[in-house]
Design a protein around this ligand. Structure first.
Ligand code: GDP
Length: 382
């Protein structure tokens, strides 16, 4: 024990006091190797009397699930101790699930207050300005204009089905006449900034062109790689001579241009006539819901297990590569952590197969899915 234990305990207890003031949920982590410490008792007492939910986490149990040292901590009187090993990456998924369970539910009201940022992007003349003016044209929908993060960027919020959508950087787009003809207001840098701030990107493309332009694809890729949800709106649909199958054909061609375009909603619309204007707004809400989905660790592991049965994983030195454990670490965009016995031997195609399997199981329509691969040793068979 260090000599200045009183001072040390004082500092720790101050931190606990601050945490109690600020947090909705207190995660109290103790050292499972060292066993209960007198300072743990002091902290526990403060936590028991605080009007907060507490989760007791026992760390350093590297040999889970064969360890039982967590049970020594029942004496702290904080309920069932949750065993983990940060070093070996064990138990973290279950811990995350417990934390999510204990966090106060987001009420409908709070959800409604959460702003939803939307960037309308596309190359010059596809109709971004017309589209925005159509959507925001009806003054009753526009709440007020607020300053964006950059000095000259103006965002425009709009209420829709109880949510507030904030259209990013609409100043130039809403002006009836362009600042200077020939100069694209929505420069690449500006579009990049808008994408960075967005939750959902609406990519406008031109229906009168034979297929997607390289520039369209670049914007789509930027949005996707930045983890944003994407919707493709094929604008100027009113100008297209339609026969049976025209839309189907255009959609097929579009989806073939890039792998990510297989997973995003594609919509045929007209900023001129207002066709499917409302459908775009509905889709923005739909993809937002999709990207925010949270899947329990149990379900993630069930699906990973099923997928492993469906397609043989790659091999490493004659041994199959195995996903030993998986969990969803984050939402918006959905991010999964996979613990794998031989991470370097995982092939791109197997990762793609897993991502496709995740989509089949849970949708996440319009959103990229991220995988993080971590190394974990297999338990020795004894
Ligand atoms: P931006 O540069 O992407 O903002 O494009 P604009 O909104 O300025 O539109 C460029 C031109 O396309 C304008 O002449 C618009 O009137 C026209 N336009 C935009 N949307 C449509 C549409 O849905 N149908 C038709 N026929 N014309 C459109």
């Amino acid at each position: 024990m260090p000599e200045n234990v009183a001072g040390f305990a004082g500092v720790v207890l101050d931190q606990v006091r601050a945490a109690i003031r600020e947090a909705d949920l207190l995660v109290f982590m103790v050292d499972g190797k060292a066993g209960p410490h007198p300072v743990d008792q002091q902290i526990a007492e403060m936590l028991r009397t605080a009007d907060r939910r507490v989760l007791l986490v026992v760390n350093k149990l590297d040999k889970l699930p064969d360890e039982t040292a967590q049970h020594e901590f029942w004496e702290l009187g904080l309920g069932e101790p949750v065993p983990v090993s940060s070093a070996a990456g064990k138990g973290s998924g279950d811990l995350l699930d417990r934390i999510v369970e204990l966090l106060p539910e987001i009420t409908e009201e709070e959800k409604a207050e959460e702003l939803l940022y939307v960037a309308v992007v596309g190359k010059p003349n596809v109709g971004k300005s017309s589209f925005i003016n159509r959507l925001l044209g009806e003054e009753r929908l526009v709440v007020s204009e607020v300053a964006g993060t950059t000095r000259d960027a103006i965002d425009t919020p709009m209420r829709y089905h109880g949510r507030t959508l904030v259209f990013i950087d609409t100043a130039g787009l809403r002006k009836q006449s362009k600042i200077e003809p020939g100069i694209e207001y929505f420069s690449a840098l500006r579009a990049q900034r808008a994408i960075d701030r967005a939750d959902v990107c609406v990519l406008l493309v031109d229906a009168t062109e034979a297929e997607l332009h390289v520039q369209d694809l670049k914007i789509a890729e930027k949005a996707w790689h930045a983890g944003k949800s994407l919707i493709v709106v094929v604008n100027k649909w009113d100008l297209v001579e339609k026969e049976t199958g025209t839309a189907v054909e255009f959609e097929k061609k579009t989806r073939q241009r890039a792998p990510m375009l297989r997973h995003v909603p594609i919509l045929f619309a007209s900023a001129l006539t207002g066709q499917r204007e409302q459908r775009v707004l509905d889709l923005i809400l739909e993809v937002t819901e999709q990207r925010a989905r949270r899947i329990t660790t149990r379900e993630v592991n069930e699906v990973v297990h099923e997928l492993a049965k469906r397609a043989a994983p790659p091999h490493y030195r004659g041994m199959p590569v195995r996903v030993l454990y998986a969990t969803q670490a984050d939402t918006a965009p959905p991010t999964f952590v996979l613990f794998v016995n031989h991470p370097k031997a995982l092939t791109e195609s197997y990762l793609r197969f897993l991502i496709n399997g995740f989509r089949e199981a849970w949708g996440f329509h319009g959103s990229p899915i991220r995988l993080r691969i971590r190394s974990r040793r297999e338990k020795k068979q004894t």
